[in-house]
Write a protein that binds this ligand. Sequence first.
Ligand code: PMP
Length: 290
Amino acid sequence: FDQRDGFIWMNGSLVPWREAKLHVLSHGLHYASCVFEGERAYGGQIFKSTEHSERFRNSANVLDFEIPYSVAELDAAKQLVVDKNNFTDCYVRPVAWRGSEMMAVAAQNSTINTAIAVWPWPSMFNVAEKMKGIRLDIAEYRRPDPRTAPTAAKAAGLYMICTISKHRAERRGYADAMMLDWQGRVAECTGANIFFAVDGVLHTPIADCFLDGITRRTVIELARRRGIEVIERRIQPEELPNFEECFLTGTGAEVTPVSEIGPYTFKPGALSRTFVEDYSAEVRPKQQAA
Ligand code: PMP
């Protein structure tokens, strides 16, 4: 991934992609003092850029550091990288980490580094393809108790169990893994939130120990606009056979229907299709009135 053309924004300036490097003694690498974002630009505009910049700064605060750029500066920097790389539709990855000035658990005086990279990641709004659904494994690891880890932050350290779970799922022939929470209830996937549908109503777990995704909130808003009820509640894995449909939401996943979770099967149907299509329309920049 490090051998590409184009530019990466790093600590306030654009640098050639191959030159955006850091030292091996970076605190962020050793102690996971690192937070990041995942966003998408559609038609040259980043969807909900400001919400992502706010979450980015909040994630850093939870990890006890301050990103040295305001929300407005981050929004402008992200747009600059998208434009300078000549992308209209792409993925946007801001990342911030403690630098290499202090090599111990305590690192209050380390420099906070901030970088923004963008790369092509075609959105998958081929509805027919999506409606086949993906197959999910059930992960061995659980989302941690919020008293055990800073679960509301998009912190690099929280992704260790996601990578392990995703690798295990792929080894076993699945696309991804559904993770339970520390109490054994349905939580989310390794990089996306989860919704279920039955009798025309959506059910989704309460985001109290995992990321309350910006896509999750967008889908809840889209449902309200259509008058479709959304119930946020505790969902036990034993309830899975009662649901007709299931889909994932996330910046990368967008809205992705699910056909199987371990032994349970779902039939992507009218509600999944509605949200695939509504989300696809929602992310496109609105045409200015003539
Ligand atoms: N949960 C996890 C673990 C994620 O990595 C993501 C993707 N950022 C999400 C949920 C969905 O978040 P969003 O909709 O803000 O992309």
